[in-house]
Design a protein around this ligand. Structure first.
Ligand code: HPA
Length: 235
C-alpha cells in the first residue's frame, strides 16, 4: 500500500476511523475495544490500528493536537486511504453553566480563530458542521445508555493559553458550549472531500466553575463515550 509523508500503512485502514488526540489512547482503544487489532502506522509514533467491532472493520489513530495536525492526518486518511467516516473522540473545556464534568458534548458546528478556512478562498465565512446522520445516531444511543449529551456549537481554538483575558467570555456570549482544538479543521477537510465527520468530547474541565476531572474519573467517562462512538461504524 502506498505511503504518505505521515502514514506508512502496514495493514489496511477501515472506512470508519476514530481519532483520539493521543496516540497511546489509540493503542488503548484498539487493545480494549477492538477484536483482532493490528497496528497500521508508527510514523512519528502516531500509532494507528485496525480491528473489528462486532464484526465491522474500524480503525483508530492518534490525531495529535490542534487543527494543523488533525487536518493533515484526516486529509491523507480520506484522499489516499479512502476513509469515509472520521470521528474525533476527545475532551473539552465547558463554557456554559449546565455543561457539567463527564457530560458528552457533540460538536454540531465548530467555530475557530484559526486561519485554516482561508485556503478555500470563500467570499464570506464558512461554518464547519458535523454529519447530521452521525449526530442523530449518537444522540439515539446516548438516550438508550442514559448518557447526558449536549449538541451545539463549539470552539476549536488555536490557543490553549490566551493573552486576551476576554477571549473565553466573548465566545461564551455567543452560546459556545465548549472549547477544544481540532474539530473545525476536521469538519472542513471532510466537507471539502464529501465525507462524514463528527467530534464528540467528554467534559474534562469547566471554564465556568474552574472544576477539573481526575485521570481515574476521566477513564470511566471515556468508556461511556466509546460505547457511543463504536456503533457509528455500523451505520
Ligand atoms: N481548552 C482547549 N482545549 C481543551 C480544554 C480547554 O480548556 N479542555 C480540554 N480540551
Amino acid at each position: 500500500m502506498k505511503a504518505t509523508p505521515h502514514i506508512d500503512p502496514q495493514a489496511p485502514i477501515a472506512e470508519t476511523i476514530l481519532l483520539p488526540g493521543d496516540p497511546l489512547r489509540a493503542k488503548f482503544i484498539a487493545e480494549t475495544y477492538l477484536e483482532d487489532a493490528v497496528q497500521f502506522n508508527s510514523v512519528r509514533n502516531m500509532l494507528g490500528f485496525t480491528g473489528t467491532y462486532q464484526g465491522t472493520p474500524v480503525s483508530v489513530m492518534g490525531s495529535g493536537m490542534g487543527i494543523p495536525s488533525i487536518s493533515l492526518y484526516s486529509w491523507e486518511l480520506i484522499h489516499v486511504f479512502g476513509c469515509k467516516k472520521l470521528i474525533r473522540i476527545g475532551s473539552c473545556g465547558a463554557m456554559q453553566p449546565g455543561v457539567n464534568l463527564y457530560d458528552v458534548v457533540i460538536g454540531q458546528a465548530a467555530c475557530s480563530n484559526s486561519a485554516f478556512m482561508d485556503q478555500y478562498d470563500l467570499p464570506g465565512t464558512y461554518a464547519p458542521i458535523a454529519s447530521y446522520r452521525l449526530i442523530e445516531a449518537v444522540r439515539r444511543r446516548a438516550e438508550e445508555n442514559g448518557v447526558t449529551t449536549h449538541v451545539g456549537n463549539i470552539l476549536s481554538s488555536d490557543t490553549f493559553y490566551n493573552a486576551d483575558e476576554t477571549f473565553n467570555e466573548r465566545w461564551q456570549r455567543m452560546g459556545i458550549l465548549a472549547v477544544e482544538m481540532e474539530s473545525a479543521g476536521l469538519y472542513a477537510t471532510a466537507a471539502h472531500a464529501g465525507v462524514e465527520a463528527l467530534g464528540m468530547f467528554t467534559v474534562s474541565d469547566s471554564l465556568v466553575t474552574g472544576e477539573a476531572t481526575t485521570a481515574k474519573e476521566r477513564e470511566t467517562a471515556f468508556t461511556q463515550m466509546m460505547e457511543l462512538a463504536l456503533p457509528l461504524a455500523q451505520i
